[in-house]
Design a binder for this molecule. Structure first.
Ligand SMILES: NC(=O)c1ccc[n+]([C@@H]2O[C@H](COP(=O)([O-])OP(=O)(O)OC[C@H]3O[C@@H](n4cnc5c(N)ncnc54)[C@H](OP(=O)(O)O)[C@@H]3O)[C@@H](O)[C@H]2O)c1
Length: 151
Protein backbone atom coordinates (compact mmCIF):
# COMPACT_ATOMS: atom_id res chain seq x y z
CA UNK A 1 0.00 0.00 0.00
CA UNK A 2 1.37 3.41 -0.92
CA UNK A 3 1.60 6.30 1.48
CA UNK A 4 -1.05 8.10 -0.55
CA UNK A 5 -3.61 5.31 -0.43
CA UNK A 6 -3.47 4.23 3.19
CA UNK A 7 -5.25 5.83 6.12
CA UNK A 8 -3.34 8.69 7.63
CA UNK A 9 -1.19 9.30 10.65
CA UNK A 10 -2.49 12.58 12.04
CA UNK A 11 -0.82 14.66 14.73
CA UNK A 12 -2.67 17.52 16.38
CA UNK A 13 -0.48 20.01 18.24
CA UNK A 14 -2.74 21.77 20.71
CA UNK A 15 -5.19 18.89 20.95
CA UNK A 16 -6.13 19.88 24.52
CA UNK A 17 -7.09 23.44 23.54
CA UNK A 18 -10.27 25.02 22.26
CA UNK A 19 -9.35 24.86 18.58
CA UNK A 20 -7.76 21.43 18.90
CA UNK A 21 -10.92 20.06 20.46
CA UNK A 22 -13.05 21.40 17.61
CA UNK A 23 -10.57 20.01 15.12
CA UNK A 24 -10.87 16.53 16.61
CA UNK A 25 -14.65 16.72 16.37
CA UNK A 26 -14.43 17.86 12.73
CA UNK A 27 -12.13 14.95 11.88
CA UNK A 28 -14.70 12.64 13.45
CA UNK A 29 -17.70 14.22 11.77
CA UNK A 30 -16.08 14.20 8.36
CA UNK A 31 -14.83 10.64 8.74
CA UNK A 32 -11.29 11.64 7.99
CA UNK A 33 -9.33 8.43 7.38
CA UNK A 34 -7.21 8.47 10.53
CA UNK A 35 -5.15 5.34 11.08
CA UNK A 36 -3.35 6.82 14.06
CA UNK A 37 -4.07 9.95 16.04
CA UNK A 38 -1.30 11.68 17.97
CA UNK A 39 -2.59 14.38 20.29
CA UNK A 40 0.22 16.75 21.23
CA UNK A 41 0.45 19.59 23.71
CA UNK A 42 2.86 21.15 26.16
CA UNK A 43 4.42 19.39 29.11
CA UNK A 44 1.51 20.68 31.19
CA UNK A 45 -0.86 18.25 29.52
CA UNK A 46 1.49 15.35 28.90
CA UNK A 47 -0.24 12.16 29.97
CA UNK A 48 -3.73 13.63 29.80
CA UNK A 49 -6.22 11.97 27.49
CA UNK A 50 -8.39 13.27 24.70
CA UNK A 51 -11.34 11.40 23.29
CA UNK A 52 -11.43 10.52 19.60
CA UNK A 53 -13.88 8.12 18.00
CA UNK A 54 -14.86 6.72 21.37
CA UNK A 55 -11.31 5.96 22.43
CA UNK A 56 -8.99 7.72 24.85
CA UNK A 57 -5.71 8.89 23.35
CA UNK A 58 -2.82 9.88 25.56
CA UNK A 59 -1.36 13.31 25.01
CA UNK A 60 2.36 13.56 24.26
CA UNK A 61 4.65 16.54 24.34
CA UNK A 62 4.88 18.33 21.01
CA UNK A 63 8.45 17.81 19.91
CA UNK A 64 10.09 16.91 16.59
CA UNK A 65 10.29 13.18 17.28
CA UNK A 66 6.53 13.06 17.81
CA UNK A 67 6.11 13.99 14.16
CA UNK A 68 8.02 11.03 12.76
CA UNK A 69 5.87 9.17 10.25
CA UNK A 70 3.02 11.68 10.36
CA UNK A 71 1.10 12.41 7.18
CA UNK A 72 -0.68 15.49 8.50
CA UNK A 73 0.25 17.75 11.38
CA UNK A 74 -2.35 20.26 12.49
CA UNK A 75 -1.07 23.17 14.57
CA UNK A 76 -3.64 24.58 16.95
CA UNK A 77 -1.30 25.80 19.66
CA UNK A 78 0.95 28.86 19.71
CA UNK A 79 2.55 30.68 16.82
CA UNK A 80 5.93 30.02 18.37
CA UNK A 81 5.30 26.30 18.30
CA UNK A 82 4.15 26.48 14.68
CA UNK A 83 7.28 28.32 13.72
CA UNK A 84 9.46 25.75 15.43
CA UNK A 85 7.72 22.53 14.46
CA UNK A 86 6.01 23.14 11.11
CA UNK A 87 9.36 23.01 9.27
CA UNK A 88 10.15 19.84 11.22
CA UNK A 89 6.88 18.33 10.01
CA UNK A 90 7.63 19.29 6.41
CA UNK A 91 11.15 17.88 6.70
CA UNK A 92 9.54 14.57 7.60
CA UNK A 93 7.28 14.65 4.55
CA UNK A 94 4.11 15.65 6.36
CA UNK A 95 1.61 18.30 5.38
CA UNK A 96 1.59 20.97 8.08
CA UNK A 97 -1.62 22.93 8.57
CA UNK A 98 -1.36 25.87 10.90
CA UNK A 99 -4.28 27.57 12.62
CA UNK A 100 -2.21 30.44 13.96
CA UNK A 101 -1.34 33.55 12.00
CA UNK A 102 2.39 32.81 12.03
CA UNK A 103 2.85 31.98 8.36
CA UNK A 104 -0.05 33.97 6.99
CA UNK A 105 2.01 36.64 5.25
CA UNK A 106 5.01 34.48 4.39
CA UNK A 107 5.90 34.45 0.73
CA UNK A 108 5.78 31.00 -0.80
CA UNK A 109 3.58 29.54 1.90
CA UNK A 110 0.27 28.40 0.42
CA UNK A 111 -2.95 29.41 2.06
CA UNK A 112 -5.75 26.90 1.98
CA UNK A 113 -9.34 28.01 2.01
CA UNK A 114 -11.38 24.96 2.83
CA UNK A 115 -14.95 24.96 1.64
CA UNK A 116 -17.49 22.27 1.99
CA UNK A 117 -18.32 20.26 -1.07
CA UNK A 118 -21.78 21.13 -2.31
CA UNK A 119 -22.04 18.33 -4.78
CA UNK A 120 -20.39 15.20 -5.88
CA UNK A 121 -16.79 15.95 -6.57
CA UNK A 122 -15.53 17.99 -3.65
CA UNK A 123 -15.24 21.56 -4.78
CA UNK A 124 -12.67 22.78 -2.31
CA UNK A 125 -10.39 25.52 -3.44
CA UNK A 126 -6.77 26.19 -2.86
CA UNK A 127 -5.68 29.80 -3.09
CA UNK A 128 -2.40 31.53 -2.79
CA UNK A 129 -3.83 34.95 -2.02
CA UNK A 130 -2.88 36.64 1.22
CA UNK A 131 -5.44 37.63 3.86
CA UNK A 132 -7.13 34.29 3.91
CA UNK A 133 -7.56 31.72 6.65
CA UNK A 134 -4.13 30.58 7.62
CA UNK A 135 -2.51 27.34 6.70
CA UNK A 136 1.10 26.41 6.39
CA UNK A 137 2.92 24.07 4.10
CA UNK A 138 6.44 23.85 2.84
CA UNK A 139 7.22 24.33 -0.80
CA UNK A 140 7.86 20.63 -1.08
CA UNK A 141 4.63 19.33 0.37
CA UNK A 142 1.27 18.67 -1.19
CA UNK A 143 -1.78 20.68 -0.30
CA UNK A 144 -4.92 18.62 -0.02
CA UNK A 145 -8.29 20.35 -0.36
CA UNK A 146 -10.22 20.03 2.88
CA UNK A 147 -13.26 18.21 1.63
CA UNK A 148 -14.11 14.68 2.48
CA UNK A 149 -14.36 13.68 -1.15
CA UNK A 150 -10.81 14.84 -1.71
CA UNK A 151 -8.90 13.28 1.17
N1 LIG B 1 -9.94 30.24 19.64
C1 LIG B 1 -10.27 30.58 18.40
O1 LIG B 1 -11.42 30.92 18.10
C2 LIG B 1 -9.24 30.49 17.32
C3 LIG B 1 -9.67 30.56 16.03
C4 LIG B 1 -8.75 30.42 15.02
C5 LIG B 1 -7.41 30.24 15.32
N2 LIG B 1 -7.01 30.20 16.56
C6 LIG B 1 -5.61 29.94 16.83
O2 LIG B 1 -5.49 28.58 17.22
C7 LIG B 1 -4.47 28.46 18.19
C8 LIG B 1 -5.03 27.81 19.45
O3 LIG B 1 -6.03 28.62 20.00
P1 LIG B 1 -6.93 28.08 21.22
O4 LIG B 1 -7.97 29.11 21.41
O5 LIG B 1 -7.35 26.67 20.98
O6 LIG B 1 -5.91 28.12 22.44
P2 LIG B 1 -6.00 27.29 23.82
O7 LIG B 1 -7.38 26.86 24.10
O8 LIG B 1 -5.29 28.13 24.82
O9 LIG B 1 -5.16 25.97 23.53
C9 LIG B 1 -3.77 26.05 23.30
C10 LIG B 1 -3.26 24.67 23.01
O10 LIG B 1 -1.89 24.80 22.64
C11 LIG B 1 -1.12 23.99 23.52
N3 LIG B 1 0.16 24.62 23.78
C12 LIG B 1 0.38 25.85 24.32
N4 LIG B 1 1.71 26.08 24.42
C13 LIG B 1 2.32 24.99 23.92
C14 LIG B 1 3.68 24.61 23.76
N5 LIG B 1 4.70 25.42 24.10
N6 LIG B 1 3.95 23.41 23.25
C15 LIG B 1 2.95 22.58 22.87
N7 LIG B 1 1.63 22.87 23.00
C16 LIG B 1 1.33 24.07 23.52
C17 LIG B 1 -1.95 23.85 24.78
O11 LIG B 1 -1.51 22.71 25.47
P3 LIG B 1 -1.58 22.59 27.08
O12 LIG B 1 -2.88 21.88 27.38
O13 LIG B 1 -0.42 21.72 27.41
O14 LIG B 1 -1.50 23.94 27.66
C18 LIG B 1 -3.32 23.71 24.18
O15 LIG B 1 -3.53 22.42 23.71
C19 LIG B 1 -3.91 29.87 18.40
O16 LIG B 1 -2.79 30.04 17.56
C20 LIG B 1 -5.04 30.75 17.96
O17 LIG B 1 -4.61 32.01 17.52
C21 LIG B 1 -7.90 30.31 17.58
Amino acid sequence: MTRASRDKVVAVAGATGAVGEVLLRVLEERAFPVAELRPLASERSAGAVVRFRGTDHRVEVARPAALDGADFVFFAATGTLSKELAPEAAERGAVAIDKSSTWRMTEGVPLVVPTRSTGTGGSSRVRTARRSPSSWCSRRCTVRPASRASW
